[in-house]
Design a protein around this ligand. Sequence first.
Ligand code: ADP
Ligand code: MG
Length: 695
Amino acid sequence: AESHKTFKIAMERASEAGSAAVSTFARTKSIKEQREYLPAFACRSQLTKVIRENQIVVIVGETGSGKTTQLTQYLHEEGYSKVGAIGCTQPRRVAAMSVAKRVSDEMGCKLGAEVGYAIRFEDCTSPSTVIKYMTDGVLLRESLRDPDVDNYSAIIIDEAHERSLQTDVLLGLLRRIAARRRDLKLIITSATMNAEKFSEFFGGVPIFTIPGRTFKVEVLYSKNPCEDYVEAAVKQALSIHLAQPVGDILIFMTGQEDIQATCDCIKERLLSIKEASPLSVLPIYSQLPADLQAKIFERSSQGHRKCIIATNIAETSLTVDGIRYVIDTGYCKVKVFNPRIGMDALQIFPISQAASNQRAGRAGRTGPGSCYRLYTESAYRHEFFANNVPEIQRTNLSNVVLLLKSLGVGDLLKFDFLDPPPTDTLLSSMHQLWVLDAIDDNGSLTSIGSNMVEFPLDPPLSKMLLAAIKEKCTEEVVTIVSMLSVPSVFYRPKERAEESDIAREKFFVPESDHLTLLNVYKMWRSHGSNDKWCEQNFVQPKAMRKASEVRSQLLDIMKQQKIDTLSAGVQWDRVRKCIAAAYVHKAGRLKSIGEYFNIRTGMPCHLHPTSALYGLGYTPEYVVYHELVMTSKEYMQCVTAVSPEWLAESCPMFYSLRITNFRKDGMETKTISMTKAPRPEIVPAATARDSVDKK
Ligand code: ADP
Ligand code: MG
């Protein structure tokens, strides 16, 4: 710690009982006592009063003060649930599930009974559910069916400070809904940032602050910028574990891979340190299976220190008690949309100062703590933004645009956005929808567009499903879409990489990764959906079961939509045609072996070594891909070989077919070229400098 410079972060009420006593609190106290210890409980009557007297209230409170778990129960206990459900939205699926579980425990009921949750493709509620936690996306979709959200007597938009895309859109919608439905209680909750902004947005509504209970956190900076944050975090964690008093450790990492690497590394090094006491090393990130996620809340047995390695999910949406040491890499992974190339990419960015302070605060929840920042004080002061950039200003909006269009919002530029998205991004998203035939030249929803909205899928995937109606292969396409909606089904443990690669290759359909996924699903089914079979073939049984669930939900929607399930039999070309129709904007043309470029943007894109198309001596001239991931290069993920005719047929506004005769053998070659197309009229002509003509 000598290489660190210290300074103190703001402190309040540090006089409470000693930290060790408090960290055993949850173990020794009843659930009722735990509830009554929360800061929200101390001001419960003022809280319920301000809610009773105002239609809309902004509630601010430190993380862990009881906003998420208590407010819903207070409203329920005050009787609001007699006239309608109490809904609480979360930007993250993990939080919705874990909080619902906690609240059902607190209320002593089964999860899914009085207290339930709903996330995309998973509805754990019943007719008796009165408190419903859900992702913001779920409520947004519910508003399609029920524009006044009449099911609810109260809605809590939780974690509003996160400024997730769907939350921002909900805020805009709810402002209108609240004006129509005077009986609806609307509560916006936020960690300590942005409260005035929310209050102003709703016309100057009251802000209620839950008095905090935080302890002193000593902040230590790294003297020099660190080269390898995984390595630095591992070292720091071990040095804390070996030398510092009791208290759990929380490491903020960027994403799943770094988290896994950190976990592995810590465990490995611990083995070589003889005198080390046991340490439970626990990862948490959104794709982690729920039972493993729950482990972070479990009390480790006597003497075991916990080390939790998390994404920014642990910044505000999940609170783990007993954390005394925070290690902050200073980075997070965010999805950023580049309107020029029309693509979302996950990139690692420095966090904001607000996020950095939030992270540090995690160490001072139940007693004084320390935060080790793996960056310099100068980086914090001069390189970090003050606040996070709202998602709406950095991601692809096509899904949201489609949704708003079907809610009858004609002019998106006039929608009540808390912060409007950049016009470029809006245009680019409109353009993508237009290419998919979801909106017409005037920017109005087409019949394809309104059918697409029915599916809780990204526009290209719902387009693929709709294309399958015409090609009579919905049976196959619904499987592919389901497989694309779950985390990777292939299991590739580092120590058995070669073996698992060989197993995966057995499923390969040489012209398509999509068809390979279909193949895996069919094989899994034909082996009785058997876990043993999965294990032998390096397939993730959980992902397969999830895909099967998603599939049956999509089939339900198709049934409601009167879409028949038809099979292409062995004519898998028909399936590929639908795949081509879904990804017309993500079509690549061969440059050299393994190397393609996006026909529209010219962006280079490479076949990934794990693709079925790789190394089989099969290098098709044209491909489409599901997404582009940037690692060492731009890699296409999930690729299918397509014929240029299909592209031209699905998207005449982009591609026109040209027959050229330059082969020596006189055979004709077909190529496609970009068409100079009219563009959809989406905004006043002056701002509509569009992207169609840009190559
Ligand atoms: P806020 O929303 O204000 O950040 P919460 O309502 O999420 O606060 O948390 C209040 C308390 O409930 C915290 O002290 C936390 O430890 C506890 N808690 C929340 N979720 C769980 C869980 N899944 N398991 C155990 N305790 C939990
Ligand atoms: Mg919360």
